[in-house]
Design a binder for this molecule. Structure first.
Ligand code: C2O
Ligand code: CU
Ligand code: CU
Length: 573
């Protein structure tokens, strides 16, 4: 392999000395996975040491190889001096295992969610989801890929030799300060990093190659294509395979979105070309275009000076070498069965408005970032969804910039974008959709099945991580009304003060619940801490001291003959 590369260098004069062989993340497989999140360093620039967060390494993490139907456990050890979380983006898992901002992993502890892999074959990813600091942890490196395999995908003639003809690409841009430390919020994100490699090149055999692309940038959209304008075939979107390959020469992915593509290099042996972002063709109103603001002046400081905005640039140089034995040489004609839910089957429609009053059209691109006029509040459940309901979510973006909207728990199908049915590459299973600016609309349909939890929520949010951290996020719980665990009903009991700052919480409830009450206190991981029987006398007030509780979020469960009720408290000692 090394010899081939040297020969190639001599023949073509490329890649230049500034280029680096693309790193391919290690893999982990099986049913028990051990991830260690730890501080690290990397020399992105010679003579400089950049501080990073790595997972089983110094930057990014291993690719998790999962199989549909397996019951898996992931031991996530937090070796940082800082709290973090780890979320399985795109995966359909119980809320308690989802790794959102409520499921914190404190320094020196291990969080071990277990769940069945229910997803279809797909490309997902994991990343930190810390409250208000997701951008910081992800920028430093706290993310990795997830491959899910299933028998349907096994049966297709597709490239699946990891790192050889099935290539993972974690595409990011980064900004560095003069000391070469990462800048978290900056329009100077002019450095492309793929799988943690700057200025990467790869040797690919002259056969059909599968690229699994994740846009893991903080804000930037990429308009993928090849320098030789090769046709390529999109075979998968966020949630798995499309019904059939879709041929194209450009593919726009916003932050959080994934795509799998096939490109046929059979006739290109010996050639050198590049995977690029054709950002000059990105429509105005998208971060990465010449003008990120749909109309009017560009208000992002430093944006115009960033040469990635509105210009075409290289992402990955590809050097085509002779084919392997048994190469895939044919693009399949069909892939999977994609069956969107019918709109007529929807039980409910919900509206999400990226609020004009706060964010635009007269506002700037710098926030505040809100949904339905509300900034994210850890203690507020914005939406309650009934288990097994099919819902239509209507997103309306009155602001000047496009926002990539992401939902946890389920995959959805796009019904329309600005009233028009999705193109074939967008008609499959999705969990992120870019909502156009200036009154743009998206409607999607999803079914909320399998997992209900009256306490732990799932998130929905803008996947521009700075917007998410800035409050452009909400949370929903999925409730199963048939099991008698409704959300805390108004007036049954009240908890105050909340957050608790006085060292004790006071519970009050309506008199005459008719029976004794059991109060159980759980920590955020669901571990039972206390169980107290409260005799129903004439009093309807109970005081619980909490001064020896570590600061954090706790779950209260109150049971009486009339049912079980849950609430959350924040203790700040
Ligand atoms: Cu990529 Cu809330 O997640
Ligand atoms: Cu997610
Ligand atoms: Cu946004």
């Amino acid at each position: 392999m090394r010899f081939t590369l040297v020969a190639l260098l001599l023949i073509s004069g490329l890649p230049g000395s500034s280029q680096n062989l693309l790193a391919i993340p290690d893999t982990l497989s099986g049913t028990v996975f051990n991830l260690n999140i730890a501080p690290g360093t990397r020399n992105f620039y010679s003579g400089f040491t950049t501080n990073t967060i790595g997972i089983n390494g110094d930057y990014l993490g291993p690719t998790l190889m999962l199989r549909q139907g397996d019951f898996i456990t992931i031991n996530v050890n937090n070796n940082l001096t800082d709290t973090t979380t780890l979320h399985w983006h795109g995966m359909h898992v119980p809320a308690i295992a989802d790794g959102g901002p409520h499921i914190t992993i404190t320094p020196g502890t291990t969080w071990s969610p277990s769940f069945e892999v229910k997803d279809k074959a797909s490309l997902h990813w994991y990343h930190s989801h810390l409250h208000m600091r997701t951008a910081e942890h992800v920028t430093k490196g706290a993310s990795g890929l997830i491959y899910v395999r299933d028998t349907e995908e096994d049966s297709l003639s597709l490239p699946r030799n990891y790192g050889i003809d099935d290539i993972p690409l974690v595409v990011q841009t980064r900004a560095f300060d003069p000391a070469k430390q990462f800048l978290v919020e900056s329009a100077a994100d002019s450095v492309v990093v793929i799988n943690g490699t700057m200025d990467p090149f790869i040797l690919l055999p002259a056969q059909v190659i599968r690229l699994r692309i994740l846009n893991a940038a903080t804000e930037r959209s990429f308009n993928f294509g090849f320098s030789n304008n090769s046709l390529f075939y999109q075979i998968g979107s966020d949630g798995g395979l499309l019904s059939a390959p879709v041929s194209m020469t450009r593919l726009l992915l916003s932050p959080g979105e994934r795509a799998e593509i096939l490109v046929d290099l059979s006739a290109l042996n010996g050639q050198v070309f590049s995977l690029m972002s054709f950002a000059s063709q990105i429509p105005a109103g998208i971060y990465g275009a010449q003008n990120p603001q749909g109309a009017g002046p560009n208000l992002i400081t430093g944006y115009a000076a960033n040469l990635l905005n509105g210009n075409d640039y290289d992402l990955l140089q590809i050097n085509v070498v002779p084919p392997n034995s048994n190469p895939v040489t044919v693009i399949p004609s069909s892939l999977s069965i994609v069956q969107p839910y019918l709109e007529s089957a929807a039980n409910k429609t919900r509206d999400f408005i990226f609020s004009p009053e706060v964010m635009g059209p007269t506002g700037s691109l710098l926030g505040p970032f809100v949904i339905n006029m509300m900034s994210f509040d850890m203690m507020m459940i914005n939406d309650t969804v009934r288990l097994n309901d099919i819902e239509v979510w209507q997103l309306t973006n009155q602001t000047r910039i496009s926002h990539p909207f992401h939902i946890h728990d389920v995959q959805f199908y796009i019904l329309d974008i600005n009233g028009v049915a999705p193109s074939p590459g967008m008609a499959g299973r999705k969990d992120v959709v870019l909502v156009p600016p200036l009154g743009g609309t998206v409607r999607f349909i999803a079914k909320f099945e399998d997992y209900a939890d009256p306490v732990f929520p799932y998130m929905y949010h803008c996947h521009m991580l700075t917007h998410e951290d800035g409050g452009m996020m909400g949370q929903f719980i999925v409730v199963d009304s048939s099991t008698g665990l409704p959300e805390n009903e108004k007036g049954f009991f009240n908890v105050y003060p909340n957050p608790v700052v006085s060292g004790q919480i006071t519970l009050t409830w309506n008199e005459n619940t008719g029976s004794d009450i059991t109060l159980t206190v759980f920590d955020i991981t669901g571990k039972e801490l206390e169980k107290i029987e409260i005799r129903e006398t004439t009093s309807s007030v109970f005081t619980l001291p909490v001064h020896d509780f570590p600061s954090g979020i706790y779950i209260l469960k109150l049971e009486s003959e009339s049912g079980s009720y849950y609430d959350k408290i924040i203790v700040d000692n």
